[in-house]
Every structure is written in structure tokens, then in C-alpha cells.
Design a protein around this ligand. Sequence first.
Ligand SMILES: Nc1nc2c(ncn2[C@@H]2O[C@H](COP(=O)(O)OP(=O)(O)OP(=O)(O)O)[C@@H](O)[C@H]2O)c(=O)[nH]1
Length: 203
Amino acid sequence: MEDYKFLFKVVLVGNSGVGKTCLVRRFTQGLFPPGQGATIGVDFMIKTVEIDGEKVKLQIWDTAGQERFRSITQSYYRSAHALILVYDISCQPTFDCLPDWLREIEEYASNKVLRILVGNKMDREDREIPIHVGEGFAQRHDMYFLETSAKEAENVEKLFMEIAAELMEQARSKELPRYDTISPTINGRTTSIGDNSCCSKIS
Ligand SMILES: Nc1nc2c(ncn2[C@@H]2O[C@H](COP(=O)(O)OP(=O)(O)OP(=O)(O)O)[C@@H](O)[C@H]2O)c(=O)[nH]1
């Protein structure tokens, strides 16, 4: 038996190119990968963290933002304990797509899922979405909110640690099952993203 007390599944969703993979790799590997290709289907990484002296294992599922993978990625929503919905603060269309993503989440995820809105790429100077606009959206939709930079390692650790702490708190208070099953994953990163990929619409 592995040495951890809690296991939580965290799923990242959002348009292609917003930086989901970079956020996961920053947190799990401490790096900002150069020449990142678009995710194919779903990628999966694990990190065990310690909170209040307890080991918490995070299973982090990085879904492809591209529309053509939507039916694969939707199937990963259901068993998520937390869903991180990511947009790019320098790309308005990725913010405009948020209502579409919320509809997907409502349709496919558990209604108890912890939902976090993340405005990534806060290091960029060509910002299109002011922070208060992101915050306002999150408030209206009952979500936690944070701006991050995977590139500069800003708020990335905080994002995942706060999720782990909140889920641990919930699990303790509701006495949820401590272990979850792991389902198979589809991996691969071969295609590259074009300049406009962050702006691909979902329908
Ligand atoms: N400036 C800046 N660029 C970033 C940041 N995070 C990611 N990027 C860049 O954004 C591009 C897309 O990053 P990915 O992590 O592959 O995006 P994704 O959301 O996983 O994309 P899909 O796999 O297609 O869904 C890459 O060129 C990254 O270098 C960030 O915090 N700041």
C-alpha cells in the first residue's frame, strides 16, 4: 500500500494554448517546458504533497483544449474532485469561451466538484482581461479565482496546494472515501499549436 492518506483527482480544462500543460509541469516537475506541443486526448501526472503532516496524492489530468478531443476529455470530468478552468489573460476569446466550458462542466462533472477559475500568463504585458473581470466572473459563478504564471512560477504552487487543502478539509468533514480508482489514460504530444490556437472556440 502506498504511503498517502488522501488521493484526489484534479482535472484541467480550457481552450487550447492557455497553458494547462505548462501549469501542470511547473507544479509537478518545477519547469517551464520549451516548445510545448498541444495535448492529445488526456495526459496524467502525479504529485504527492504534505498538508498538516498528512500525505495527499494529487492525480492531475491535463486535457486537450482542441475541439476534436472533446468527447475523450468529457469522460474525465465525472470523477474529478476539482476542476481547474483556465483562460489566458492575454487572449480575450479564451475568456469568452468560459460560459461554454461551464456548460460542459455542469453537464459532465459531479455537482459537488470544486471549481477554480484560473487566468494564466499573468506575466504577459499584453493583457486583455483585467483581473477584476476574471474575479467578477468567478464570483458570479461561485468559483475560486487565481491568476497564475506557469512561466514565472507565480501562484502555481499556491493553486494546487490550496486545492489539496480544501479537498482534504471537505473529505474530513464529509467523511468521503479516502481512495479513488484510477482509470486508464491516453497520452501523447505530437502536434504543435499555431499562433491562433489559444483562440479556438468550443461550441
Ligand atoms: N508568457 C507565458 N506563456 C505561457 C504560460 N503558460 C504557457 N505559456 C505558453 O503558452 C503556449 C501553450 O501552452 P500549453 O501548456 O501547451 O497550453 P495547453 O492549454 O496545454 O494547450 P492544449 O494542450 O492544446 O490544450 C506555450 O507556447 C507556452 O509556452 C505563461 O504562464 N506565460
